[in-house]
Design a protein around this ligand. Structure first.
Ligand SMILES: [Zn+2]
Length: 66
């Protein structure tokens, strides 16, 4: 009895890695930004940091570091 109880309690039942990603249903928070290359307004899935360039989808690959 006590063994059974201990196991389910220690692992916290279900959960842990249950909610991975959490992608479906909840749209990603997009932030408005201006592309530092072509100057077009775009949206990025993160908060643009001041002083750091932000690139749109077209320009991003050009500035990607390999
Ligand atoms: Zn661009």
């Amino acid at each position: 009895m006590s063994y059974d109880d201990n196991e389910s309690g220690g692992r916290g039942g279900r959960g842990g890695f249950g909610g991975r990603g959490g992608g479906y249903g909840a749209p990603r928070e997009m932030s408005d930004a201006v592309c530092s290359d072509c100057g077009q307004p775009c949206q990025v899935p993160f908060k643009p940091t001041e002083g750091r360039p932000v690139y749109c989808r077209n320009c991003f690959p050009k500035h990607r570091k390999f």
